[in-house]
Design a binder for this molecule. Structure first.
Ligand SMILES: NC(=O)c1ccc[n+]([C@@H]2O[C@H](COP(=O)([O-])OP(=O)(O)OC[C@H]3O[C@@H](n4cnc5c(N)ncnc54)[C@H](OP(=O)(O)O)[C@@H]3O)[C@@H](O)[C@H]2O)c1
Length: 298
């Protein structure tokens, strides 16, 4: 970045926000928003507690502070929670995005909206940024609506679609497949993992690097953010066990019909990451490279 900038990251305490904070250029002032009443100890970001569903609070924040750009990552991101708590999830995702986009439009600020691979139905992988969306669950439908809101109401925007993300999360926020599987295996507990859902998973620090490149270059359009290796969830679990020296025989390969109560997943949303590599200069990392970086403390 050429000069000191103040960047607002909504949902800054989540896995993506943590990846951004840990890869932030030294010259940037990071302002982070989350909703519940806690603080992340030792964070370099200025942490604000604010409910983005509250339009007056959002408007007041943008009236008081000047931001060079905004990354909007906050919202309910659990696919199964959204499926069973739809009204609450609509408010969290749609109302918050409406409030943030309105504030960015009035102040003429570039918004980077964080979407998802769940916008696709998973039947035509690998997916490029130009492929048609067709979500199969409520979470995917909400994210498609938020993408439309951004595209149709803002002049200056970028949409990034991270795929399944892994990395060290803050203790205050939800676990991800790597930390969850590691925790279960460390306790000697068995884990059933599906062999019929595929992605090329993304290390959260790589996601952070890609977002900083977006903030630097301000390209308009959509970017797929993913890793360099397509795996199913069982293969993911085996890689976690091997990286952390845990017992892979506790992992049981199953198919999705073993979990009839959860939201439908698109079977294969593997991304083409050419645009990320070429335009953002972020090389896709294999799952084993990302897990090795985690094991080394990254
Ligand atoms: N994780 C993945 O694998 C993945 C994959 C694809 C796309 N994404 C997208 O990436 C984004 C970030 O995901 P993540 O995994 O980093 O999220 P996360 O770990 O679940 O964290 C969510 C963040 O949003 C905040 N938040 C939620 N509702 C809020 C509200 N009403 N007002 C203010 N803050 C609110 C949370 O604050 P509190 O902790 O205070 O509640 C937290 O900081 C999401 O948009 C998600 O859809 C994630």
């Amino acid at each position: 970045m050429s000069r000191a900038k103040t960047i607002l990251v909504t949902g800054g305490t989540g896995l993506l926000g943590k990846g951004m904070e840990e890869t932030a250029p030294g010259s940037v002032a990071l302002v982070s928003v989350h909703q519940r009443d806690y603080r992340i100890p030792g964070s370099a970001a200025e942490q604000l507690v604010l409910d983005l569903r509250d339009k007056r609070a959002v408007d007041a924040l943008f009236a008081e502070r000047k931001f060079d750009a905004v990354v909007h990552a906050a919202g309910i991101a659990s696919v199964d929670f959204v499926e069973t708590h739809y009204a609450e999830s609509l408010e969290s995702n749609i109302v918050s995005t409406l409030n943030v986009t309105a504030a960015c439009r009035r102040a003429d600020i570039h918004l980077v909206y964080v979407s998802t691979n769940a916008v696709f139905d998973g039947t035509k992988a690998p997916y490029r940024e130009t492929d048609a969306v067709n979500p199969v669950n409520k979470y995917g439908r909400l994210k498609v609506e938020c993408e439309r809101l951004v595209q149709e109401t803002l002049k200056h925007w970028t949409i990034v679609r991270p795929i399944l993300m892994y990395g060290w999360n803050h203790a205050e926020t939800r676990p991800n497949p790597a930390t969850w599987i590691r925790e279960k295996l460390s306790k000697g507990e068995g884990v059933s993992l599906v062999t019929d859902v595929h992605e090329n998973p993304l290390f959260n620090l790589q996601c952070g690097r890609a977002l900083w490149a977006v903030l630097d270059k301000r390209p308009e359009g959509i970017f797929h953010l993913a890793g360099g290796e397509r795996v199913d969830r069982y293969q993911f679990g085996v890689a976690v066990a091997e990286t952390f020296g845990l017992d892979a025989s506790l992992l049981k390969p199953v198919t999705s019909d073993a979990f009839p109560g959860i939201a439908r997943r698109p079977p294969d949303t593997t991304f083409v990451v050419e645009r990320m590599a070429r335009e953002l200069g972020v090389a896709p990392m294999t799952l084993r490279e990302g897990l090795a970086a985690m094991a080394a403390g990254a």
